[in-house]
Write a protein that binds this ligand. Structure first.
Ligand SMILES: [Zn+2]
Length: 76
């Protein structure tokens, strides 16, 4: 599997309704099943800089940053 942000080959952890991506370059984040479906349907690509900045801004909150479908739409 590949990181949804930078395309690097990473070991994706499948969760019940999301995936966890431990990307060494983008850092750890989760992406929801609905966001993944949108990605595949529309062939979306994240804006790498925007997405990484958002993940960085979420760190320290104690939870893994989750990119849901509405968040994904503004990180393109
Ligand atoms: Zn990445």
């Amino acid at each position: 599997m590949n990181c949804y942000i930078c395309g690097k080959d990473v070991e994706v952890i499948k969760l019940s309704d999301s995936e966890e991506i431990p990307c060494p370059d983008c850092s750890l984040y989760r992406i929801s099943g609905t966001a993944i479906a949108l990605f595949k349907r529309h062939n979306w690509r994240f804006n790498m800089e925007l997405a990484r900045r958002w993940i960085a801004s979420q760190q320290g909150s104690g939870t893994v940053p989750l990119i849901d479908s509405s968040r994904a739409a503004i990180l393109l």
